[in-house]
Design a protein around this ligand. Structure first.
Ligand code: PLP
Length: 375
């Protein structure tokens, strides 16, 4: 039998118009940060209800600058989830602060909001929640907690562009909101990120933290009074992002439709008898960044992934609980500390889901899944 072509877990949708726009930038004589970045920031700001937005060269840099703008440094504590891409916790270490982890709510797979208050100390400075797979954290509860304890919030919305809360797109409300435009995200600029700024933060300071701390004067002189990084986005990348942003609604709608198909196809027998767990059915607010099922606890995930691959279906793992990585164990984290995150992290599998996937592709995935799980 000829192996079918591998169906990837995700794939960017870059149209010809975007490719032409990139070529135009390349030919223009100005390829790093310039007019395209400004246009990208303006388009993002429009999506976020007119709030100020600044673009970065990665979501990680965006989060790091958000923490610095929130005044986080050595001795401060930042509260986040153990079930996320490790960047979320790495940036806390990067600014010299201490990550304080709170287990997930197994229903949403996001930080357990009800468990946050028990971890707050006089050193707590910021809540750093993550909308895993584009399922938004309950913003009403989140900001009620932040308000009661006078904490700032940096929303790690790397995965939730196009998702919404109370009928408003993520980014319209809230304190700091950080997006990522990594190649696998719902909107990409190949690599990139953007920070939505709260009203009390000076966008000019954000720009200085983005680029070497440099402040330029009208007479051509300059000064540096703060330590900034090298985090600016290129115009080439911004042109890609602009082309993507135009199609955000269409991409999100298609992702939702595919997720609905998964729910229709994955038969209840498979779930009830075989112990497969489906993701939270968040069709109103979620952007379906990923479709993540949990394998039965007694299944070997490595064997499952290999068997699916044999049938032409790529399967990903997003993510193992980060406190079990060596770096975090060396900081004192250990097994058994966050049982829900550990269980989901050990059982989670990401199935293919991207806008150009066909309905027949979903059929293919579900058929393979059924055969592999029953074998
Ligand atoms: C992708 C991602 C990041 C980091 O974004 P990069 O653009 O890859 O630096 C941070 N947090 C979460 C939850 C992410 O998914």
């Amino acid at each position: 039998m000829i192996a079918p072509p591998l169906l990837p877990i995700t794939r960017p949708t870059i149209d010809e118009e975007t490719i032409a726009a990139v070529c135009e930038v390349l030919r223009s004589g100005w390829i790093t940060s310039g007019p395209q970045v400004q246009a990208f920031e303006a388009a993002l700001s429009e999506l976020c209800g007119g709030r100020p937005v600044r673009a970065f060269n990665s979501g990680t840099a965006t989060l790091e600058v958000a923490l610095r703008l929130a005044g986080v440094g050595a001795g401060d504590e930042v509260i986040t989830t153990p079930l996320t891409w490790v960047a979320t916790a790495n940036v806390i270490l990067e600014v010299g602060a201490t990550p304080v982890l709170v287990d997930i709510d197994p229903r949403t797979r996001n930080i357990d909001l009800a468990a946050i208050e028990a971890t707050i100390t006089p050193r707590s400075k910021v809540l750093l929640p993550v909308d895993l797979a584009g399922v938004p954290v309950d913003r009403d509860q989140l900001y009620a907690i932040a308000g009661r304890h006078q904490l700032r919030v940096v929303e790690d919305a790397a995965q939730s562009i196009g998702a919404s809360w109370n009928g408003q797109p993520i980014g319209v409300g809230g304190d700091f909101v950080s997006f990522s435009f990594h190649a696998n995200k719902n909107v990409t600029s190949c690599e990139g990120g953007a920070l939505v700024l709260p009203a009390d933060i000076d966008p000019a300071l954000c720009e200085r933290l983005r680029l070497q701390g440099v402040r330029r004067f009208a007479d051509g002189g300059m000064d540096v009074d703060v330590l900034g990084g090298k985090f600016n986005l290129t115009d080439v990348a911004a042109a890609v992002g602009l082309g993507q942003l135009k199609r955000l609604q269409e991409f999100t709608a298609r992702r939702r439709a595919l997720a609905r198909l998964y729910f229709e196809h994955l038969d209840r027998v498979l779930c009830l008898q075989m112990g497969l767990e489906l993701p939270p059915a968040e069709f109103e607010n979620g952007n379906w960044h990923m479709f993540q099922a949990l394998l039965p606890a007694d299944r070997d995930r490595g064997e499952f992934i290999a068997a699916m691959r044999e049938m032409g279906i790529a399967v990903g793992v997003h993510y193992p609980a980060l406190h079990l990585f060596t770096l975090y164990r060396e900081l004192g984290f250990h097994d058994g500390q966050f049982p829900h995150a550990e269980s989901v992290g050990a059982r989670t599998v990401t199935l293919p889901l991207f806008p150009t996937m066909s309905d027949a592709d979903v059929d293919r995935v579900c058929t393979a899944l059924t055969i592999v799980l029953r074998s």
